[in-house]
Design a protein around this ligand. Sequence first.
Ligand code: HEM
Length: 289
Amino acid sequence: MKKSWQIWRDRRGRLSPLRLAVLALLLLPLAKASFDAGAIAHGARPLNDLIHRAGFWALVFLGVTLAVTPLRRILRIGNLIDVRRMLGVGAFCYIAAHLTLFFADQGYSFEKTFHEITHRWYLIIGGTAWLGLAALAATSTDGMVKRLGGLRWRRLHQLIYAIALLALIHYFQQTKADVTVPTFVAGLFLWLFSYRLVAWWKENSELSTLTLLALSVAVSVLTFIGEAIGIGISFHVSPLRVLDAAFDFDAGIRPGWEVLGAGLVVVIIDFVRARWPIRTQRVRPVPAE
Ligand code: HEM
């Protein structure tokens, strides 16, 4: 049996290259922050810079956790499921750092931190998402799965979708000017939500290449529409003018195209893997997050 802290070993105690790769991925933002240490320290607000980095990576790893189920189907790599918990707990570690840094930014004052979190809308929403993630992290052990029972555990962990939505709202609310990156991230999350919705509706989590193509096009169109409405409302311009600008590539590539590009990459991988499967392990149905 592996010792519980040796997260690079699989359940049988063998060294797992997949787990090692995920561990390296989870540590990458820390390595990047250490590399940028000089620039961060000499920046205008070092703590705020770190708060942004931790929040951004927490959201990214939350997305990667949600992507495990579709990816194991599309890549036909069944044992990807082995690292889902590791990724989820990794996301929580970044979110714990995000709040700790915020606490430091408030001069380590519990009173000030509490006051801020309960008086600003974007922090109320972020705080709610934080509590949700903490509940999921606390119930992610084998012991808790047993205590809660499979069905109750699965129902509780389906909260991950609502938590991700709150985290995205928090991300948009704190973004002051350019919403290009948040819109792209939201588009990717929309793809993941839609995948699960279609899989649930079809009662089959293995979607055909054609369904994946239709899903990617639909999500890309929704990203364009969402962005146009958002910019239209914020800057009092016609959403149709914003949509028109999506085809002006001199002004930059809009997030809707990037979401379409990411979706098409998935479609191509699925197409190739469906024809040349290398099944490392039988892909068994897994409980939803
Ligand atoms: C009590 C909980 C939370 C607090 C106090 C908090 C606080 C903050 C603060 C102060 C900022 C920077 C705002 C600014 O500079 O004006 C921020 C940004 C951000 N937060 Fe949070 N947050 C919380 C929860 C969360 C959660 C649960 C997530 C996601 C899982 C999250 C993701 C982000 C992201 C993505 C950013 C923007 C990063 C970027 O600019 O790239 N936060 N948060």
